[in-house]
Design a protein around this ligand. Sequence first.
Ligand code: TYD
Length: 235
Amino acid sequence: MSKGLWISFEGIDGAGKSTHIESLAKTFESQGRTITLTREPGGTVLAERLRELMLGTDMDPLSESLLAFAARRDHLNKVILPALNLGHVVLCDRFTDATFAYQGGGRGVSLAVLSQLESWVQEKTMEPSEHGKSDDSMGLWQPDLTLWFDLSPEVAASRLVQARTPDRFESQSVAFFERVQGAYAKRFELDPKRFLKIDASLTRHQVWQQITRGLTAKGWLSIMVPTPQASSQAS
Ligand code: TYD
């Protein structure tokens, strides 16, 4: 059983999750927790190399999915699970929901194929010595909570106009992001208890309030906290 806490951050490009991940890391730290801040694809030497390939090379959507899950397996085994065992708060910028959203919704990979990959890569298996059997399934490794930054693709696109050089995904059409958004909504509907849905169209301060309220209600933050940086600024 893990002692730590695992939170992932999801949403279409331009939804504004990055600044809040950093703020949340500072806030947990100020409450005495040790943070592992990581991202997908990435988080290990191998997974960062696979990220470079995924974001920079043309390939078919199934190859993209296989690379995402190969990176995920390495990341889970080498970084996420060890950190949870040490009691860390693991803040992970994207996880498997992103593969369902981008490769599934955006690029049309069958959800059955993605579910199969998910179950191979994220399956929890019992130790034979502890439980007497080697093949019992205890379900899948998933974040304790996923913050979904919900934003319309039109607003996200207008925010991205000012951003840096886009990667392969950021340069896709609004129609692509409509499909990505739809796939996130479907993941949310299938397992709403795992998600905290954030209205990312509001000001940065209002988005931060939604996050801290949600985490305080779960008993994971002890008080309502102000934004570490300028709190009234719109995102
Ligand atoms: P992102 O997380 O937004 O990082 P940055 O802030 O550096 O742009 O970018 C990662 C991109 O990778 C994003 O466009 C979504 C995409 N992605 C997938 O297509 N599939 C996946 O499984 C994951 C984890 C990410």
